[in-house]
Design a protein around this ligand. Sequence first.
Ligand SMILES: [Fe+2]
Length: 280
Amino acid sequence: MTKPPLWPAHLHHFCLDTPQIDVVVPWYETHLELDSGKLADGAVWLSGRQRNIVFRPADEKAFGYVAYALADADQLARLDADLAAKDVARSDIRSPVFADGQIAILDTDGKCFVFGLPVRAETDTPDRLPGRLQHLGICTTDMDSLIAFFTGTIGFRASDIVKNDDGGVSACFLRSDHEHHDLALFAASSSRFDHQCYETTCWNDIRDWGDHFAAQHTEIEWGAARHGAGNNLFIFVRDPDGNPVELSAELETRDFDAAPGEWKTEPRTLNLWGSAWTRD
Ligand SMILES: [Fe+2]
């Protein structure tokens, strides 16, 4: 199968709105060891070597946008032409973390996805506590349309699909490079941001993150455990806005042509070791 222009791309950063930016920013500075820099309109860019987030001040917490990095300007031009040919809806959002020429589109839920080239060079050197921003989860009320959009129109590949007994899809894990998923979709009662995940280098990094959070008196809310789909080890904490933050290790990889796996909607699919979070 011919690879789409999107292939390969990787999650680079994301943007959330927060009603308490003066609380959220210090939390990320201490908990994820990020440096903060002011942007226009009171927004803040939190950055490490391998993790970047933009927070914007707002009356309510909300999803801003998700940004995927491509390899070079040629790939970006090919993706731009492909999306134009498919008449994909565009957004006028521009990320300050990406260079001019970036592409911003709207998915079938109206969420903004940005594709571009980072203004700061990326590095393979991890931060002091290793954790490369690797995937996001988002909730949707219209799973079938969103899967069709990301796989059929944009060029993501489905790695694993989780189905209810009636055949409805409760979760879908999508990839835009060799890693099992860099976008996870969850069926829920509203379309919203679900969680952010940072991929570490090994199980011992998860231990070190646990000790780091303990030093901040921040409880692990789920894990340590191992996901079924993706097979990655994980722990979850929450930021002051209630946004889940996942640290992961040993995430599976998949070839481009690998057929999607199928799982049942049951706790074991999300946690081989025990109970699982459910989305309302
Ligand atoms: Fe995750």
